[in-house]
Design a protein around this ligand. Structure first.
Ligand code: IPE
Ligand code: IPE
Ligand code: MG
Length: 226
């Protein structure tokens, strides 16, 4: 029996190095990365993946130079406005995880608008992690449990995470050759299979993704059993 890929998570890394290797500015790498996002999202929607969770901006990424942060925030806004037609065409539900309060009102409103327009779709859900940090998410979940005086157990805790309605991650991919999690989905990755590729994210494509998925389908997932 092949493993079923319900939830694929990707740490989209290497945009800056991709651009610098070509003598371009880092923002050109982010622009090209946005094209990769569109291509692999369409691939996932046509290949029966239910959740695709993409790490777009971490709680630590605010420490980057202001120009890069400003550019990325603008890119999210422009990307979302422009991608709405792709979501409608392919019937993709859109959702954001992360601390939305830290984002501009304009970006928050756009996120809300696109989430509302696509919330009835039942195929792929594309989840963008923006201003996301797993530790921040965990602390916010604990605060919610505390405020509402809810009993602390795995199920209640899980239901207070940003990913409450989503299954655990089945497969994590990180591009660019770095082998670390960088504060991504620490709880949700408990039993995920992992794949690290040297490809920089702008060069990542659906044929490499397909090979990784085929490898995943044949892995022996034991979940502690024998
Ligand atoms: C990932 O690419 C995208 C974001 C973190 C927004 P990077 O910008 O981290 O690219 P590198 O790792 O510097 O090459
Ligand atoms: C992780 O990439 C965050 C995103 C892909 C959005 P980073 O490039 O920020 O991670 P580190 O700093 O190399 O660990
Ligand atoms: Mg990086």
């Amino acid at each position: 029996m092949q493993n079923r890929l319900n939830h694929l998570a990707i740490i989209m890394d290497g945009n800056g190095r991709w651009a610098q290797n070509r003598g371009l500015s880092r923002i050109e790498g982010h622009k090209k990365g946005a094209d990769t996002v569109r291509n692999i999202t369409i691939f996932c929607s046509q290949n029966d993946v239910r959740y695709l969770t993409l790490y777009a901006f971490s709680t630590e990424n605010w420490k980057r130079p202001k120009e890069e942060v400003d550019f990325l925030m603008k890119l999210f806004y422009v990307y979302l406005k422009q991608e709405l037609k792709t979501y409608l065409k392919y019937k993709i539900r859109f959702k954001v995880i992360g601390n939305k309060e830290g984002l501009s009102k304009k970006l928050q409103d756009t996120i809300q608008f696109v989430e509302d327009k696509t919330k009835h779709f039942e195929g792929l859900t594309q989840v963008l992690a923006i201003n996301y940090g797993s530790r921040d998410e965990i602390i916010r979940a604990v605060q919610k449990l505390n405020e509402k005086d809810i009993e602390i157990n795995e199920e209640n805790f899980n239901n207070c995470l940003d990913t409450a309605d989503m299954p655990d991650v089945d497969l994590l991919i990180r591009t660019s050759g770095e082998i670390r999690l960088s504060n991504y989905l620490l709880w949700q990755l408990a039993y995920a299979e992992m794949h690290f590729t040297n490809t920089y994210f702008p060069d990542f494509n659906s044929s490499e993704l397909e090979e990784i998925i085929i490898d995943f389908q044949h892995r022996n997932r034991r979940f502690g059993k024998i």
